[in-house]
Design a protein around this ligand. Sequence first.
Ligand SMILES: Cc1ncc(COP(=O)(O)O)c(C=O)c1O
Length: 382
Amino acid sequence: MAGIRGQGPGGILTAEIGLSAPWLEEREEELVLETLRSGRLSLGPMIDRFEVALAQRVGAPYVAAVSSGTAGLHLAVRLAGVGEGDEVVTTPFSFVASANCVLYESATPVFADIDPRTLNLDPGAVEAAITPRTKAILAVDIFGYPAEYSELEAIAERHGLALIEDACEALGSEYQGQPIGSRGAPAVFAFYPNKQMTTGEGGALAVQTEEEWGLLKSLSNQGRSDSGEWLTHSSLGYNYRLDDLSAALGLAQVEKLDRILERRAQVAARYAELLGGMDGVELPLPDDAEHERSWFVYVVRLADGIDRNGVMAKLADKGIASKPYLPSIHLQPYWRERFGTKEGMFPVSEDTSRRSLALPFHTRLESADQERVAEALASSLR
Ligand SMILES: Cc1ncc(COP(=O)(O)O)c(C=O)c1O
């Protein structure tokens, strides 16, 4: 991705292969320029166009655009009515924001371990973690693989809980043939540049009712009511607005989302060909009749006993980026210090965190670069 780095086998300089890269073309420039020239940089018509296009794509009646996935998660927690003293059952194997958003409302995240196959919340563990104080379940579609919504919905219903979908990594995924975002529970998407599509920074929530949408628009706009009075604030809100330049970029990306997802699926399929059967490397779980993954990252699991840091160093020597992906949230320094969480509490999540490795993966990744990654990985394991 970024410049030239490292000596190839014959002393030839080789281009660095980065972990991710957005796919931006003329249409993105055109819409951003149109917005720039319109002078409507915030609360303008581009936001509406983006929200409508995204709602159509994810099969939800309403979408509210926000300034980041994290902002979207915070608002989803507010929407669920989670507050001080409440507990929210969630996964430790995720990006830290999916649990931090519970802390923003002075509630307590309660972790439940993951299924070693899907790397998503194990419904049995969720049920076991429920107490009289539980208010919601916050599921994450990790690496774009849909969580077990049938079972989670049934648990939520049985215990009278809200369900929140952190779909920040799963735009375009389908569960039981339905797009993520269309099922009913509020679903949060994120558009940082490493995601399937980007707005620079940005996020969005897919919801079912105009009432939820109105509340989200108000909360993300300083709690303003729809009276039109700029300095009247009817609830405690935030500035979580997405700006129109970002929305313009997002609209161009939504327009070509199908092409993006198709290419990413091809890149993933090529990796499966190149890495399938490589000793010590376990590939991501394939789709099945119920789960269709939208490819966000390509994360392999290394066999026990392989020195992951050593592998990463050897890849880096060859100009190939890689990342331990993801650390378990309960072992993050802030969490250890505040809650006394430690190793041994969520063994499946911890084992996955110890062995998982993200390889370069993005929409425009060339097959030749993937071959370089596969060769480098194979030689780093010898
Ligand atoms: C699972 C998950 N949740 C939440 C987020 C937060 O999104 P953002 O970085 O847009 O705030 C991300 C993105 O990095 C994510 O992967």
